[in-house]
Design a protein around this ligand. Structure first.
Ligand code: HEM
Length: 179
């Protein structure tokens, strides 16, 4: 997992819960990096999982809820860091249906060691998209947060439903209706 995901996460934790919480979640984890991250580095996903689980146990917020809030913050990082990629799109459904064959392809060129999910489009129509998220990291709520912000970016709203295909969240169907 890319360092920028860690550095931005810890900044958000500091912002919302204070520096002491950042120290607490790092100290109570077994981190090969010792909790020292650079935005260009690459670190194991299990480090992120431990940080999330620790934050979840200290705040009583589920890791899934934390992931969704974090994604909403991460979207603004994307907007600032990759404005050109988003500017390619005029429409949120077009953007979401292009993650797999354009957006994340470009991300792979920037970070060849990025660990990205797969999106398989099942159905697409006017203001409508049904696609399946697949990833061993089961970060579908991170995806949901990014989708919400994608609609907000285009001053649009949507009803986004999801259903787990696999109970562990490694395969999830998203049904998106723009409103
Ligand atoms: C992960 C970039 C749009 C879904 C990531 C990562 C980057 C990235 C850098 C981390 C990879 C790693 O840690 O190795 C971008 C950029 C985007 C974009 C630049 C737009 C210009 C989206 C959108 C979605 C999405 C709109 C909505 C579904 C995800 C998910 C992950 C991810 C779910 C977590 C990894 C996983 O589930 O396996 N993306 N992304 N991305 N992205 Fe994107």
């Amino acid at each position: 997992m890319k360092g920028i995901v860690f550095t931005e996460f810890l900044e958000l934790v500091e912002d919302k819960f204070g520096l002491e919480m950042v120290d607490r979640i790092i100290e109570n984890a077994d981190l090969p990096s010792n909790g020292v991250y650079t935005s260009v580095g690459t670190y194991s996903f299990s480090e992120m999982l431990q940080l999330l689980q620790n934050l979840s146990s200290y705040t009583n917020i589920s890791t899934d809820d934390l992931l969704q809030v974090y994604a909403e913050h991460f979207f603004s990082v994307i907007e600032t860091s990759y404005p050109g990629l988003i500017a390619t799109y005029k429409d949120p459904i077009e953007m979401l249906s292009s993650i797999e064959n354009h957006i994340h392809v470009e991300v792979m060129k920037i970070y060849p060691d990025a660990e990205l999910p797969t999106f398989v489009i099942e159905e697409k129509g006017e203001g409508y998209l049904k696609m399946i998220y697949k990833s061993s990291r089961a970060m579908y709520r991170f995806g949901l947060g990014l989708m919400n912000k994608t609609f907000e970016h285009f001053n649009a709203t949507a009803n986004i439903e999801f259903e787990k295909i696999k109970e562990d969240g490694t395969e999830v169907r998203f049904i998106i209706h723009q409103q």
